[in-house]
Structures are given as C-alpha cells and as structure tokens.
Design a binder for this molecule. Structure first.
Ligand SMILES: Nc1nc(=O)c2c([nH]1)NC[C@@H]1CN(c3ccc(C(=O)N[C@@H](CCC(=O)O)C(=O)O)cc3)C=[N+]21
Ligand SMILES: [Mg+2]
Length: 290
C-alpha cells in the first residue's frame, strides 16, 4: 500500500494549531503577528498564490497586508517601501512575491529585507546560516517537504536523496536541509548525464523540474519515497506535477499528490515562520508594542 503524503491535511492541522495560539494571544491582549506580502504587477499565477497566502493568514488570525504595486514601480521605490516595513515594529514577516519585473534586481531586493523578517528565508544571511548548519529562517518549500516527511516518520538518516533541480528556492536549500538531517544527497539538473541512473538510486526522489509528468515509473526505484514540487498545467488545463502520479503510485512506498502536497505545506511554513518571529515580539514583555 502506498502512503499518500497529504500536505493539505497536515497544512490544515498546523494552521488550526496556529489559529488556536493566535486566539490565545488575543484573549491575553498581546499584539497579533503581521505578515506583509508585496505583489508587483499583474502576473496571474502570482495573484493566485498571494490570494492563498492572504486566505491562510486571515484564517489563522494574523494581521495580513497585501501591498499591491504597479508593474512600473522603480527599484528605489520598492526598496523604500521595504525599509518602511523593516522599521515598523508591528510587522513580523515581509515577503516580496517572485518573480520580479525585469527592471528590478532580485538580489538588491532580497538583501533589503531585514533577515529577521525574511519569512521566505531568501536573504543571503539566512541562506548562509542554513549552509553552515545553523539555520534561522528557512525557505518555505524545502522546509515544508522536510516537515511533511517527519510527520510521516520517514527516516532520512543515511538515506540516499536525489533532487532534480538546483534552484535557490528549492533544490539548493533542500540539499542543505537534507544534509542537516544526515541524508546522503545528490543534486541533478538539466545538464546531468544519465539522469535515470541517478534517480534509480534514490530512497527519496524530489522532482523540481518544471515539466508536466516527466517522472514515470522507470525513473523510480521500488519502494522509494517521491516528492513532487512541480506545478504545471497539462494539455487539458489540469494542474499536474512533475511526476506521472498514476504511473508511479503502484511502485513507491509514499508519494505527494499535486495539488494538495507540497504547495499547501509551502504556505503553512510561511505562516509558521511569521509565528516564529511573532513569538519573539508579541509576548508578555512586548504586548504593548502596538
Ligand atoms: N517570495 C516568494 N515566496 C514564495 O513562496 C513563492 C514565490 N515568491 N513565488 C512563487 C512560488 C510558488 N509558491 C506556491 C505556493 C503555494 C502553492 C499552492 O498552494 N499550491 C496548491 C494549488 C494552488 C492552485 O490551485 O493553483 C497545491 O499545490 O495544492 C503553489 C505555489 C510560492 N512561491
Ligand atoms: Mg516561500
């Protein structure tokens, strides 16, 4: 029997726990955590993701601000707006939705966010802390993957993890998180030779490729755990992952669905990290910090 790693179910459970904690703070008169999401332009996928983040934040009871900026906003204007939220003591988390318009330099933006409010874990300081094995804020997608695996008691110590994809938001940070769990990690990517030879060695296979249903059962070892980070539309307009779910399912011990797997966990870790910052600043000593 294959275990379905139900990210939606765990997301609901974790977000309900956060909602209880926030309700408890409210009853004590503490300041409530605030998450600011900055959305630039009219990209339709970004709008959907930001909407989902806003819905989760509101459901938990956080103060949720979505700052919508015109596509034409200058980098200097954006940096000023970030500086304003950095200084605002009622703001616990700041997220600038990626991708950015071409005329804005991503590195400048990520460097501008106070690392303490960097709920995405993308600031180079947080990236470096993860790299040396002393993480503070984590990138949410890989953090969600690790959290989902732990919830299902999937052992990582000494296991062979193969990641397909070397992005700064998934592949590379996940490599470090897996190393911190004492896994043996291989990263593969578009220039990897004999990809299938690599993936067939995986006890845990993570697909972050960006190609609909690319991973079929012939890429997967019997009994492996398969994590699908993909979000693609197939020819019928249906949301599918990078894994051919129906083909792979009978061969593996556990697998994440799309939708309802890694995506909801990403949002949940964003909420967890907003709460993590809030816990430092909203409690007994600082509840008057309105
Ligand atoms: N600064 C920044 N931080 C991000 O975390 C960030 C970003 N920029 N840019 C874009 C990506 C993408 N991302 C997703 C989050 C949730 C779902 C999600 O909830 N997916 C649902 C389905 C959603 C649907 O129906 O389209 C699911 O998998 O079940 C998907 C994708 C966060 N991102
Ligand atoms: Mg994130």
């Amino acid at each position: 029997m294959t275990v379905i790693l139900d990210g939606k179910a765990l997301a609901n459970k974790m977000q309900a726990n956060l909602a209880n904690e926030v309700a408890d703070w409210k009853s004590k008169g503490y300041r409530i955590p605030k998450l600011v999401v900055i959305l630039i332009g009219e990209d339709s996928a970004s709008k959907v993701y930001v909407k989902n983040k806003e819905k989760s934040a509101q459901k938990i009871g956080f103060h949720s601000v979505v700052r919508r900026l015109d596509e034409s906003v200058s980098e200097a204007e954006l940096l000023d707006i970030i500086a304003e939220y950095n200084q605002d003591e009622t703001v616990d988390g700041i997220l600038v939705q990626l991708p950015l318009p071409k005329h804005i330099d991503e590195e400048n933006v990520l460097l501008a966010i106070d690392p303490k409010k960097d709920v995405d874990g993308f600031h180079p300081l947080n990236v470096g802390k993860l790299f040396v094995g002393d993480p503070d804020m984590h990138p949410c997608t890989p953090f969600g993957i690790i959290t989902l695996l732990k919830e299902h008691n999937i052992e990582l110590v000494g296991k062979k993890v193969v990641i397909i994809g070397r992005s700064n938001i998934v592949g590379k940070p996940l490599m470090h998180m897996m190393l911190n769990e004492d896994a043996t990690v291989t990263i593969t990517h578009s220039k990897t030779k004999n990809l299938k030879e690599e993936t067939l060695t995986a006890d845990v296979l993570v697909a972050a490729i960006g190609q609909a249903e690319f991973i079929t059962s012939d890429y997967v070892k019997d009994g492996a755990v398969v994590i699908d980070v993909g979000m693609n539309r197939n020819s019928d307009g249906k949301l599918v992952g990078d894994v051919d779910f129906a083909d792979v399912l009978p061969k593996v011990s556990a697998i994440t669905p799309v939708p309802g797997g890694v995506g909801p966990m990403t949002i949940t870790m964003l909420m967890e990290q907003t709460m993590y910052q809030g816990r430092k600043h909203c409690g007994e000593e600082s509840h008057d910090n309105k």
